[in-house]
Design a protein around this ligand. Sequence first.
Ligand code: NOJ
Length: 541
Amino acid sequence: MMKEKWWRNSVAYQIYPRSFCDSNGDGIGDINGIRSKLWYLEELGVDVIWLSPIYASPGADNGYDICDYYNISPEYGTMEDMKALIQECENRGIKIIMDLVVNHTSDEHPWFVEAKKSKDNPYRDFYIWREGGTGNPPNGLESCFGGSAWEYSQETGEYYLHFFHKKQPDLNWENETMRKEIWKMMNYWIDMGIGGFRMDVIDMIGKVPDQEIKENGPKLHEYLQEMNRETFGDKNLMTVGECWGADTRNGSLYSDPERKELDMIFQFEQIMIDQVPGKQKWDLQPLDLKRLKEVFAKWQKALDKKGWNSLFWNNHDLPRIVSRWGNDKEYRVESAKMLATALHGMKGTPYIYQGEEIGMTNYPFLRIEDFTDVESLNMYQERKEKGYREEEIMESLRAKSRDNARTSMQWNDSREAGFTTGKPWYRVNPNYTEINAEQALKDPDSIFYYYQKLISLRKKEPILTEGTFELLCPEDEHIFAYTREWEGKKWLAACSFYEKQVCFSYPGQGKVVISNYGQEAVTSLEQIELRPYEAAIYEII
Ligand code: NOJ
């Protein structure tokens, strides 16, 4: 039964529409821009696009604040463009999974516009309202973007809940009429022919604000089962839930097929390793490779039989991986390929974030004026008020700001990196003259072709999709190595995470499946010297 699921050997590519490709010169990426680049995605070999929100939105959080789920934001195009995109993707064997943002809406959504009018408005209960003390919010719940999660609403003298921006009021999932509206909207998109949904902060829908429960609330799985029954359950789509608060136990609750919830979750334990435990993402600490390996191995094991993993380094909320855990200077190409090897060798569905396949880097931010993202700007304000030093704040922002991922896609070395003929809504990384897609397509050793090879291996080799996972040398501080085994075949991945030359050994000989230094076809594995950021997958013979 599990094997019939088409997405098991798929590779997804995330498009952040605003920054991908602008077709009409207004400086904002759009749907027709995406249509003009489908050949590029087909060349890369991906078969799923995760499309960040393109719905009507006032743009307080770049589209994650939706005011009409049934319409396209004019800056991205029209519903006709969207239908054409779905059709053209289908012609190329690519499915589109839509971003489903239903933990909250925009405060400009007609439901909220109604809800805030009066306490007895029929839409009042679609959102979460509480009385506060004089000048005091109902409780200490905090917004993920900083400050209180409660906003006072003048009209009725009550507070509403917003776990993100105050322009993103939280929906009340206890309300059955509201849930039915969501099912209706999901079915509308399913009928249009999409391939599935990526569900924004879905682990928050079961919130219990009075007990200060944000994630993993008691009714969360009940709601997901209802969603499954009422919408995609019998459709063979792909569903992935964004869950910052997941652990391996509830990871399999979401994605065990027998429970009829989601196909997989996007969890972030591996990505939070370079922050001080218990603190915020801005509180930096160096990567602890041993811990990273431990976390990956734990998830690989936990979801081996019951559930499914998403594999990713990057998305629109995360800094660029080659700058984060690779070396974006002299070993940019080697380290980008090494990181790709380590990730794509594991079991699960890999996700590539736009530009990752050409090794795009973090932006060289100098001043606070260089940032645009609400989360970054709020944190700057908050930490300034708390007395943090300017340089310390800037260091955190340079390392972790979501703006790193939101600069223009670098298509070629012409002005504005070929992203737009106008003035881009945000910045273009000055390194576009060297790092761009056109350049990558001309170079047979490029990061692009390495990703292409990894993707085609996943299509051809069931060991990558089905094989069991075993971590090797957990105590080694430089190398991430593991084996995969399937029907008598055994593969070994060995990835050096640092510049230092290191030794690795494994009994027997290996036939090279893929390698970032172009190794000999057959190698003895007894004593391998790994060069800076060297990585390879071998078939044990
Ligand atoms: C998670 C999304 O990935 C992020 O970009 C957004 O700001 C929040 N959810 C709120 O929707």
